[in-house]
Ligand binder design. Structure first.
Ligand code: AMP
Length: 477
């Protein structure tokens, strides 16, 4: 029943014609970061308007609800979580009235000391409405002894550990902050006379907003009618640890994150993989869509032709991202179909971005065999995932990570491939130009966790009995 904020997307708009529409398009572009629920809070002459619900952005918002969301400032959130999916109280943004005025907050990441803070706050009398670590933020802000919203937010953020990219809105301001390690991306752009903030730059492209810069690790920016002010809530670290898995899998290829385009980074991973683990084969095929960029790089570097060996049904969501296993395995079959006439009798290099549980790869390999592939050489454009992520990516626990429990030879046999190879950590870092090696977190691949995890990452806990369940499909306030 524990609930954690995982792969999420955040968005903010300040001084734009109609904030709700801008947030809607921003969230639409960030939909891949979370498909379980979404919300927008806008502010119009100190009044807050809220629409949030479970489901996809396009299902939740319509003309009526967008019209209801008045104002030129707003923030939004798309959410994904492993459990407690139907608990609508967990859908963000969170908002409240405090002694520093109204505030709404949207958070992406995972606060590793949330459990400790939650218990401290509860002991002190805080009334929690949800089980997400983001609510801790609201309480810290509300109870901060600092008087101004800026100082109260600086104070709040200084208590947090782990991963957090945040947008917050109050009456007449928008704030955005990134944790000192810079785990999750967050960027600022100019839109007309105003500003927008987004987890990924693909949201700016959709809005024709002009990218200004990334929010720095440990930085808190404050946007008001006077412009953008930069503040800090933590000293700069010598070594930041931005999530390499954003580049491997999570972010959209058309986004630039951590100073690098995601597609180019993945293509380079494929190129490195071809140099590191070559194969005598007839063609390269990528697993759509996550393996496509790396497959292109592998083909280029190896000189083998790139083919469309698997076609994706675009009307199915990300398979893995469905929290329940039953839906996930059905999704794998519905989603991808091998092209028989392309692969029949051929020796294939099959490229995918990552191998986590190994279950989807196994199904894909057997589908390619059924379609007549002569040889299947699986090449993964990232290293074996050997440890869970405590900083906001949904990786299963160690017992479910196939590479944490089996040798590469055993995995290859389980999956049914002829050969299997992974990109090394060193070559992965080379692909993202991490030289000297000091910009990325590679904990899921090498077990080096840059921020200590209190209580083994224990989450805020709520049993079914304790839960307060909201009625209805709509969750407007
Ligand atoms: P499997 O090895 O069966 O667990 O599946 C790995 C596949 O899931 C890869 O092709 C990735 O594209 C995708 N994947 C990896 N990590 C994640 C994640 N955290 N959330 C959603 N999908 C993921």
């Amino acid at each position: 029943m524990s609930d954690m904020v995982h792969e999420c997307g955040v968005f903010g708009a300040y001084n734009v014609a109609h904030a709700a529409t801008t947030c809607f398009y921003g969230l639409y572009a960030l939909q891949h970061r979370g498909q379980e629920g979404a919300g927008i809070v806008t502010c119009d002459t100190s009044q807050f308007f809220v629409v949030k619900d479970s489901g996809l952005v396009s299902d939740i918002f319509n003309k009526e609800s967008l019209t209801y969301l008045k104002g030129t400032n707003g923030i939004g959130h798309v959410r994904y979580s492993t459990t407690g999916g139907n608990n609508k109280a967990n859908i963000q943004p969170m908002y409240s009235k405090t002694s520093k005025g109204k505030i709404a907050i949207a958070h992406n990441g995972n606060i590793t000391n949330a459990y400790v803070l939650y218990n401290q706050l509860k002991e002190a009398g805080a009334l929690f409405q949800s089980t997400i670590d983001s609510e801790v933020l609201l309480h810290l802000f509300a109870t901060s002894k600092k008087r101004s919203p800026l100082e109260a937010m600086q104070d709040t953020l200084s208590h947090l550990e782990g991963a957090f990219s945040i947008v917050a809105m109050g009456d007449g301001y928008l704030m955005a902050a990134r944790d000192p390690n810079g785990f999750r991306p967050l960027a600022l752009a100019k839109l007309g006379k105003g500003y927008v903030i987004a987890s990924e730059t693909c949201a700016f492209d959709l809005l024709n907003a002009d990218y200004v810069r990334d929010i720095e690790p440990g930085e808190l920016i404050m946007i008001t009618d006077d412009g953008v002010e930069s503040h800090r809530f933590a000293e700069p670290l010598k070594r930041v640890s931005q999530c390499i898995f954003e580049h491997v899998y999570f972010a959209r290829p058309d986004s630039d994150i951590f100073g690098l385009n995601v597609h180019q980074a993945r293509k380079e991973m494929g190129r490195q993989l071809a140099l590191q683990s070559p194969v005598d084969a007839d063609m390269v095929i990528g697993i759509p869509d996550s393996g496509n960029s790396a497959a292109l790089g592998y083909a280029e570097a190896s000189g083998l032709p790139l083919e469309m060996g698997i076609i994706r049904n675009h009307y199915v969501g990300r398979t893995f991202i469905q929290p329940r296993q039953r839906i996930r395995s059905l999704g794998v079959k519905v989603k991808l179909n091998p092209v028989k006439s392309v692969i029949q009798g051929k020796r294939l290099v099959v490229i995918d971005d990552s191998l986590v549980r190994g279950t989807t790869s196994k199904e894909r390999v057997s589908a390619l065999r059924r379609a007549g592939a002569k040889e299947i050489h699986l090449r993964i454009s990232s290293p074996p995932v050997i440890g869970p992520c405590f900083y906001g990516i949904d990786t299963p626990s160690k017992d479910q990570l196939i590479a944490a429990n089996y040798s590469i030879a055993a995995i290859c046999e389980y999956i049914g491939a002829d050969t299997l190879a992974f990109l090394s950590v060193k070559n992965l870092l080379r692909a993202v130009q991490d030289d000297p090696h000091n910009r990325f977190c590679t904990a899921c691949f090498d077990g080096k966790y840059p921020v200590k995890v209190t209580h083994k990452g224990k989450k805020i806990f709520e049993s079914r009995k304790e839960r307060i369940q909201l009625y209805g499909t709509s969750n407007r306030y």
